[in-house]
Design a protein around this ligand. Structure first.
Ligand code: ZN
Length: 639
């Protein structure tokens, strides 16, 4: 029997509902943990079933907490939800360090387990040992202290970046080139000066559009010095602590510890990957730079290189002058309602799914829409999705897929939510690409919600693979034939294929520069963790010279505001890694018929529906009939 979807509360009852759901879920989690400690099932399968039930309870609290703290219109509900999520995370950490429960699992006889249950036992034991639960008391105390301090440092590091907003003040005439709406929002003060900050809504357009090179340079220097000096000692401490943590639980270094549960597998594979991308991007970067320098020299005749105070501005110029894409014209084809319906039609056709609008359900905001997802073949009810796509006060500011419930066969239907911030009228094509990307996560969540174990449900695949299905789905938003099925202007005319082609060329320009810039960042993320250099600036300059197309600007310290050193740690390579796999997966599709059902069906069932039940490398190899390769990515880069 198919489980029924969750009934969400109306605004009046939401606060109580979240509080009760969280309290009940945490209480049941504790009960199950207690049962494992005091009266565990004697057989391995029985013990795993209790653990899985516990995981589902805990994930339900964490998911509702995370979702509603990010989307609910009422602040009181957001607060209760935030606490629920924190409580769930705290309990998870506590359980990972629970020696009594670990001993139960370490002592199980796995002889009778099937392959999936055996895999689950491996993953459960791995989570425990990575937390250091099997070490002596002194080590465990040290690991706990390190974790606590790392969390503090990470928060302080991020706060220093956010809070260190720098400014330059310039006369209005020096802001020529800036868009009218930006200028209107930045009037001069009594002294006749405009304040420009290092926050993105100022820094990005000014570095891209301001004609005055000194304005761009002054702002860029400030931008690349955010967080310094205060973040340098924090980073040094962070790298030392992570190294200590990794060695305490038996790894050579932090990158090896981190890579062990990722598709890349081994720490030393990271610099190999970086160098491989850097080599593939060498010639594309050279030709990008040639075009860039040719344009640059018309203004700066004796230039031999270019740095990031001028790079973004001249890249934008080259794009505009050579490809002539009028983004105002492009927008007329992407009215929000048509795009949303187009997304559902395209993905429905591709994956053999039907989305039935759900109208008899309470939603947290008026503009949210809900759909029941059915498989067309057999009409099976696969899950429920919610699209929350417009900005609202107090709502999450970026674009992401949130889980409402994990799907487990016979127990719980998968439900997921897309949370984005698109305008209700005309959309940029970038927005359309983002929408397809995020929907890739959502459909992955729903399709992979029909296995036996919570641990393998949804997007529970390796962290450096999880972006691949989403990055691949972006391709459908770049295909002229696909776009012409829904991208029509006010008069009903579909977007011209020739315009889509120019959009693609303009988007392609700078891929080589982009890839090398990414590898500069990835190399910093890796080598800083591995080498823990005494002079971060000096090491950054070396890596910039080796990988980046743009020259170092004296006295800047970009590493101090490289926020991903916190969350991604040594694994900033992951985005590019997923992209390589995405290009390889996409190579299996027929470019002339992106909807060919055989390949799409195999991809749906073999890669997406499998969730975390197999290693990503095996899912990819099963689908492609061979191990993943670099070729498709390299060909795309060189195109
Ligand atoms: Zn993503």
């Amino acid at each position: 029997m198919t489980p029924t979807p969750l009934n969400l509360p109306d605004a009046e009852h939401a606060e109580d509902w979240v509080r009760t759901r969280a309290a009940d879920g945490l209480a049941r989690t504790r009960e199950l943990a207690d049962r494992l400690r005091t009266d565990p099932p004697a057989d391995a399968l029985g013990a795993l079933e209790v653990w899985d039930e516990l995981s589902l309870e805990l994930s339900n609290v964490a998911a509702v907490g995370s979702l509603l703290s990010n989307v609910h219109p009422l602040e009181a509900v957001r607060d209760v939800a935030e606490h629920a999520e924190q409580d769930a995370m705290r309990l998870q950490t506590e359980l990972n360090l629970d020696r009594a429960i670990y001993d139960v699992f370490a002592g199980l006889d796995r002889a009778d387990l099937d392959a999936q249950a055996g895999r689950l036992l491996d993953k459960v034991l791995e989570s425990f040992t990575r937390s250091g639960v099997d070490r002596d008391d002194e080590t465990r105390a040290r690991v706990a202290a390190i974790n606590e301090r790392v969390t503090e440092i990470d928060q302080e590091f991020g706060r220093n970046i956010r809070d260190d907003v720098r400014t330059i003040r310039v006369t209005t005439d020096r802001l020529a080139g800036m868009p009218d709406d930006w200028l209107a929002a930045h009037p001069a003060d009594d002294a006749g000066l405009v304040t420009v900050t290092t926050d993105y809504p100022d820094a990005i357009p000014v570095r891209m559009f301001a004609h005055d090179p000194e304005v761009r340079r002054d702002l860029t220097v400030q931008f690349l010095t955010r967080g310094w000096p205060q973040n340098e000692p924090l980073l040094t401490e962070l790298f030392d602590l992570r190294h200590e943590m990794a060695t305490l639980v038996g790894y050579d270094d932090w990158a090896s510890y981190d890579a062990d549960v990722k598709m890349i597998g081994k720490g030393p594979a990271i610099p190999e990957f970086i160098d491989r991308i850097a080599a593939a991007a060498e010639s594309p970067m050279r030709s990008d730079l040639e075009a860039l320098l040719e344009r640059y020299r018309r203004d700066v005749p004796d230039a031999t290189g270019i740095d990031s105070a001028d790079g973004p501005y001249y890249q934008e110029l080259v794009r505009k002058e050579q490809y002539d894409v009028d983004s105002q014209q492009v927008r007329t084809y992407f009215g929000f309602d048509r795009v949303r319906q187009g997304l559902l039609d395209v993905t429905g056709r591709l994956f053999g799914l039907r989305y039935d609008p759900v109208t008899d359900v309470v939603l947290w905001a008026d503009d949210v829409t809900a759909y029941d997802v059915h498989r067309v073949d057999d009409d099976a009810h696969l899950g429920r999705i919610f699209l929350d796509l417009h900005p609202r006060d107090g709502k999450y500011k970026h674009a992401a897929q949130f889980t409402l419930t994990e799907g487990v066969t016979g127990r719980q239907l998968p439900e997921g939510v897309l949370v984005c911030n698109f305008p209700a009228g005309l959309m940029e094509h970038d927005h359309v690409v983002t929408l397809f990307h995020e929907f890739g996560h959502l459909v992955h969540h729903v399709l992979a919600g029909h296995g036996r174990w919570t641990r393998f449900a949804g997007v529970s695949t390796e962290w450096d693979f999880v972006e691949a299905p989403s990055q691949m789905l972006e391709e459908w938003a770049w295909d002229a034939a696909v776009l012409r099925t829904f991208a029509t202007d006010g008069a009903g005319e579909p977007i011209p294929a020739e315009l889509v082609e120019r959009m693609r060329w303009a988007d392609d320009y700078g891929k080589g520069v982009q890839a090398r810039t990414q590898m500069f960042y990835a190399s910093m993320s890796y080598f800083f963790h591995i080498e823990r250099p005494a002079d971060l600036r000096a090491r950054m300059v070396e890596l910039q010279e080796r990988y980046s197309p743009f020259a170092y600007i004296d006295d800047t310290r970009m590493f101090a505001s490289f926020g991903h050193l916190g969350g991604y740690s040594s694994a900033y390579y992951t985005y590019m890694w997923s992209l390589v796999i995405a290009k390889d997966l996409f190579s299996a599709f027929d470019p002339d018929d992106l909807f060919a059902p055989e390949v799409a069906g195999r991809y749906r069932d073999g890669v997406l529906a499998a969730g975390g039940s197999k290693d990503a490398a095996d899912l990819v190899a099963d689908f492609l009939g061979r191990p993943y390769k670099f070729d498709a990515y390299a060909a795309w880069l060189a195109r």
